[in-house]
Design a protein around this ligand. Sequence first.
Ligand code: MRU
Length: 351
Amino acid sequence: MNEKLFTVRLSQDEKAVEILDQTLLPNTIKYLRLEKAEDIYEAIFKLRVRGAPAIGVAAGFGMYVLAQQIPDEDYDVMLSCMERAGAYLNSSRPTAVNLSFAVKRMLKVVYDHTGLIKPELLPLLRVECMAIYNEDRAMCRAISENGLTLVKSGDGILTHCNAGALAATEYGTGLGTLLLGKELGYEFKVYSDETRPLLQGARLTSFELDHAGIDVTLVCDNAASLLMKQGKINTCFVGCDRVAANGDTANKIGTRSVAINAKYHGIPFYVFCPSSTIDFGCKSGDDIVIEERNGDEIKQLFFEKPSAPDGVKCFNPAFDVTDAELITAIITERGIARYPYTESLAKLFLR
Ligand code: MRU
């Protein structure tokens, strides 16, 4: 985002997490000041702040804000309160690994400094949450630069959900290459899937790209295969919420259909992934927990009247897992990994 808009940050007095309320976009720009654990949880659960990296950054800041409120200086009290806060925030959404990654990092600071009292721990926790934030910015920038090696000016690009600055910091991941490319004079023609049911593509991606002066066309999710057949799509760009060690990738529901369509049409399908979203503890996508959300999001949230009869059952998984073999490459801050990912990701990050 440009200077005037930010996604998530620590407030100036450092007593709150400040977020742009994404549920109100694109019509209203409103920032929220979150001080209580319940408010941070609610903001993540309701997708006021969303996108895997942004959730992680919010949780890191949240842990620091909550640490300041612990009413005792004693190490053991700090430890148990932080563990409780971490477990609570972590339970707000299950799929994006960045959330637990950030919580674990903040807790590790406490575990690594046994016996320190609150005034000694707080500066260390502050350093850690700022590191999570700054590392995300650096990763987004590096991913965006690596992505630029895969495209040329004039390309038609299909994107699903929102993986831009609203989902992370600064450039974002999946849209970072487009935003950085625009700054460097590239012209892209982007097709943004509206992304049912919460419309991240319509409300957020088209808003963000339009704001950056990028040519963006909004399409229904089910228009993708027609666009591909018409030759309008050169590549597909998506972000991710959790990448298993073998490259299976959880991202917004519908991503897998885009990948299958792309494979059929011989179009490269790229996943943009910061290392904070790789979960080497998950061997494959079968180990990834898929968040299921309230069915009212499908039939009610964006309609004046419900779009289906009262009582009709809804199945509303928020994510799906794209099989590794459907992914042309995974673009990370350390370089570009290609199938088979068990070897290529390990080579980039584990050796
Ligand atoms: O439910 P959301 O809006 O949090 O889902 C977000 C996505 O699926 C994004 O594509 C993903 O987090 C990548 S963000 C850089």
